[in-house]
Write a protein that binds this ligand. Structure first.
Ligand code: BG6
Length: 485
């Protein structure tokens, strides 16, 4: 007998800035993603001082989903998607973030996009802030370093909840809010919180901005519950299992602390309070984090309804001789910055062409980790394989490596549900159609079931064509995961 839920939300996930394009259309303002240049495999993206002529900004056009969304959503419908995760570009609704009135053209765009989803029987799953805050909030406020952004975010969230009530049942507040606890700190502080100036003590400022974002998230959760009691609102954590390198207790303690430092955000989202270990750390470091009693109460009202997380890879941590208190942990994104510190290579795992360790069983570990810790429903809102695809002479694309990656991860996910009893709402793989990579700005780092004819240099017709994996995933959904071959 199978325990896999019949109403499971199979689908795919993207983010507005990585596919919409139309960066200056429909009254949209400039977002932080619009001032990020293309990087490359191992080459970080640069942040320019405003939009500079002659620079290559891949997000400006994305894959022009802005003009192709009905066609693309129809392809998702053909695969049988039950859910489509995307984000609302804040700058389409409030072009500068602090405008007096929302932009009707932007609101209408998402109205029609969500209608297009429902016409295909697809439930939209929507993130409010996915690395695309208004650039104006970065330059004029220094983003979430400034507490005024808390209320600006709440206002943006309220406008969305009021407008899309009944159309959107699943919300998320901040995408991968916890990435900023990893290096490169400046890049992440900008992506997650539009913090442009990281000052003299970036770590302290990172914690302040994080606290402010968590307050903004809590206010949005409360607003969502008030405005649409039928909706569910979750958080979104970037999860990489942190395995202890050996069974040496020192490595285990190092792992425990690494979990604290990387995942304390989830404690706040799911328990409504900042964990004591974090206060102790700030005290030890001499960090002066501004959090009033009133704000502590705000966090209590911000408990999420489910935990959304992304899963791509795992890491191994080893204790350091110079870290007797086990309170040091630093990590980065492989390939983007040298990951030294207390991360060590995991000899049991292979890595992708971008150096990302491939660990399907880690997904089962992740699901158990979340479920036993928080006792809340979970949703896998990102999981996928970035790879170089080759188009054959006849136009076909054999991406069997992507199928292999997804098959093993889905198998592990199903085991977590069937054998371990995890309450899992859905699986939205990343990304059903080729889009701009967030970390590198490349087009040639492809995740899709649907190929998009566009390369790193921005050349191509933007034509869409299904890869081998398109037909494979269609069958997976049709059989509710029973046929993974
Ligand atoms: C997640 C982000 O970190 O990973 C996405 O939420 C991102 O925005 C995805 O695209 C894959 O990363 P990348 O850098 O390969 O695009």
């Amino acid at each position: 007998m199978t325990h896999f839920p019949k109403d499971f939300l199979w689908g795919g996930a993207v983010a507005a800035h990585q596919l919409e394009g139309g960066w200056d259309q429909g009254g949209k303002g400039i977002s932080i993603a619009d001032v990020m240049t293309a990087g490359g495999n191992g080459i970080p993206r640069r942040i320019t001082d405003g939009v500079v002529e002659g620079e290559n900004y891949p997000n400006h056009e994305g894959i022009d989903f802005y003009h192709h969304y009905r066609e693309d959503i129809a392809l998702f419908g053909e695969m049988g998607f039950k859910a489509f995760r995307t984000s609302i570009a804040w700058t389409r609704i409030f072009p500068n973030g602090d405008d007096a009135e929302p932009n009707e053209e932007g609101l209408a765009f998402y109205d029609d996009m969500f209608d297009a989803c429902h016409e295909q029987g697809i439930e939209p799953v929507v993130t409010l802030q996915h690395f695309e805050m208004p650039y104006h909030l970065a330059t004029e406020y220094n983003g979430f370093a400034d507490k005024r952004c808390i209320d600006l975010f709440e206002r943006f969230a309220r406008v969305c909840f009021e407008r899309y009530k009944g159309k959107v049942k699943y919300w998320m507040t901040f995408n991968e809010i916890n990435n900023q606890s990893a290096a490169p700190i400046a890049h992440h502080m900008l992506q997650e919180g539009a913090v442009l100036n990281i000052g003299d003590n970036p770590e302290e400022l990172m914690y302040q901005a994080s606290v402010n974002e968590l307050l903004a998230s809590a206010k949005a959760v409360k607003a969502c519950h008030e405005i649409d009691p039928d909706a569910q609102i979750g958080c979104m954590i970037a999860f990489c299992p942190l395995y202890a390198h050996t069974c040496d207790p020192k490595d285990q303690l190092e792992k425990t602390w690494a979990d604290h430092k990387r995942y304390w955000y989830c404690d706040v989202h799911a328990k409504g309070r900042i964990p004591e270990y974090m206060f102790r750390y700030w005290e030890r470091m001499g960090f002066d984090i501004d959090l009033s009693d009133e704000e502590t109460e705000v966090l209590k009202d911000g408990i999420v309804d489910y935990i959304g997380f992304s899963y791509y890879m795992s890491f191994a941590v080893a204790a350091r001789e110079d870290n007797p208190d086990y309170n040091f942990y630093e990590a980065g994104i492989p390939g983007l910055e040298s990951v030294a510190n207390d991360l060590v290579p995991n000899e049991f795992l292979k890595v992708s062409d971008w150096g990302w360790p491939i660990d399907p069983l880690g997904l089962r570990y992740a699901l158990n980790w979340f479920y036993e810790r928080y006792d809340q429903p979970v949703m896998i809102v990102e999981n996928g394989f970035g790879a170089y695809d080759k188009v054959e002479e006849d136009g076909s694309i054999d991406d069997s490596y992507r199928i292999d990656y997804l098959r093993e991860h889905i198998r592990a996910m199903m085991d977590a549900v069937e054998k371990d009893g995890v309450n899992l709402l859905g699986y939205t793989m990343w990304a059903p159609i080729d889009i701009v990579s967030a970390s590198s700005g490349e087009m040639d780092k492809r995740y899709g079931f649907v190929y998009v004819d566009k390369n790193n240099a921005g050349e191509g017709t933007l034509a869409r064509s299904p890869k081998k994996s398109f037909f494979w995933y269609k069958k997976v959904i049709e059989t509710n995961g029973a046929d993974l071959d």
